[in-house]
Design a protein. Structure first.
Ligand SMILES: [Zn+2]
Length: 258
């Protein structure tokens, strides 16, 4: 198979790499704890199964791939996994001195790559032409993006119920990005995904000015990043997915062991 094609970031005709919208480093951590296999849960009737598929496809050239990894991914994973620069309070996690611009661009790079991916798990993510053009320049470092243009919010997912999911369990859940369209007059569109125990919301249609100071909104102008807690069971899409897959599990529609 030819690996030549147009890179989806620099748009040059080059040899393409197997890219991951959600970085391989994230899958690796999950696979490591499950002896090389992730557990796939899907929004259809197919059985629950082990998988070592990390949803990769030929997308970017090696220069762009390296650029995204070096500039955003490596920094973000390190910053979010390092518990030494994070203080736990009853209502949020407080990260000091993290580069919120890099975090914001990391999550937007996942959005950008998911939306341009033809892999099935990413089929619910779409990007509008105007964002695609803008993000391409921003991710390449040619333009600067204000925090309120395509706002990104990060929350820590928790389950406070007795006997519920532990923090380690929650970190093992990786779900493909999904899109929410709000009810009501002013339609808002949000793309969301779960990632290493964090819930990421990307406000595609922007947000109201009064929300700009809410905890969790990534903003380069702020020294402290307050990451609010969010109850796992307050995310209806995840609950639906779990209920559907629990049903499959109980019906024996699975290839995994107990
Ligand atoms: Zn490229």
């Amino acid at each position: 198979m030819s690996t030549l094609g147009i890179c989806k970031l620099c748009e040059l005709d080059k040899e393409l790499q197997l890219s991951h919208a959600i970085g391989n480093a994230v899958f690796k951590r999950i696979f490591k704890t499950n002896s090389g296999k992730g557990i796939t849960i899907r929004d259809n009737n197919s059985p629950i199964d082990y998988s070592s598929d990390s949803w990769a496809e030929l997308q970017l050239c090696s220069v762009c791939e390296r650029h995204l990894n070096d500039e955003y991914e490596r920094y973000s994973l390190k910053a979010l996994r390092d518990h030494r620069n994070c203080v736990k309070t009853p209502t949020c996690l407080n990260f000091r001195g993290v580069d919120q611009y890099k975090l914001m661009l990391y999550f937007l790079s996942i959005y950008y790559r998911s939306a341009l991916s033809s892999q099935r798990p990413y089929q619910n993510t779409h990007i509008i032409k105007q964002h695609q053009k803008r993000l391409k320049e921003v991710l390449l470092g040619n333009q600067y993006l204000e925090y309120n243009e395509i706002p990104v919010k990060i929350s820590r997912v928790i389950d406070r119920k007795a006997g519920g999911f532990s923090q380690e369990n929650i970190k093992q859940i990786l779900c493909a990005p999904f899109t929410r369209v709000s009810e009501g007059e002013r339609k808002t569109i949000t793309t969301c995904f779960l990632f290493e125990g964090f819930f990421i919301e990307i406000f595609i249609t922007g947000f109201r000015f009064k929300n700009r100071n809410k905890h969790g909104i990534l903003n380069k102008g702020k020294d402290n990043l307050y990451v609010p807690y969010k109850d796992l069971f307050s995310i209806p899409e995840i609950v639906d997915l779990m209920v559907l897959n629990l049903g499959k599990y109980q019906d024996g529609n699975r290839f995994i062991k107990d």
